[in-house]
Design a protein around this ligand. Sequence first.
Ligand code: SF4
Length: 189
Amino acid sequence: KGFAEISVKDINELARSSFPLCMRHLFEKLKEDHHLKHGGRMQLGLFLKGVGLKLDDALMFWKAEFSQKVSAERFDKEYAYGIRHNYGREGKRTDYTPYSCQKIILSTPGVGDHHGCPYRHFSDENLRAALSKMGVNSRAVEDVMDKVRNRHYQLACTLTFEAVHASSCDSGINHPNQYFSDSQKLLQP
Ligand code: SF4
């Protein structure tokens, strides 16, 4: 799914403009807490791989955050392996692919986890707040909440995409990396 290469310095800007809410949330929590639990590292890490973050950049990116909380040695010992693993450089050397919406929606985040799909896993109140922070107007927020009530989480995400890009998304959202690439196509045609 990666159609281009991105570098660490672009991530902030891309997160703001083109990440779906599930990934924005993980990204913000990572910046805030300088940590993510395993499920979050997997969901965000594989997404970033999919958008074109190369392994060395991924290691740099995660280390810059985590080392504000843990020593560089501990990062290398406990976390770098998992990142290399995602890129197929450890263990069975499987080249893992980013998670689809379906997989994320069906995940079961526990206390302290930030992975999952916000349309499915956030409270109404938190979802409304997150949507307005993304710049979704109040009328569109109501349309999104209506889809959520009917458990049409991907349609809710599609409406969000349409609201923030002021453009239709006829194919609908079925993958976070598709959200990203459709967004980039609109923003950088
Ligand atoms: Fe992420 Fe998919 Fe949920 Fe959108 S519908 S927030 S892309 S998991």
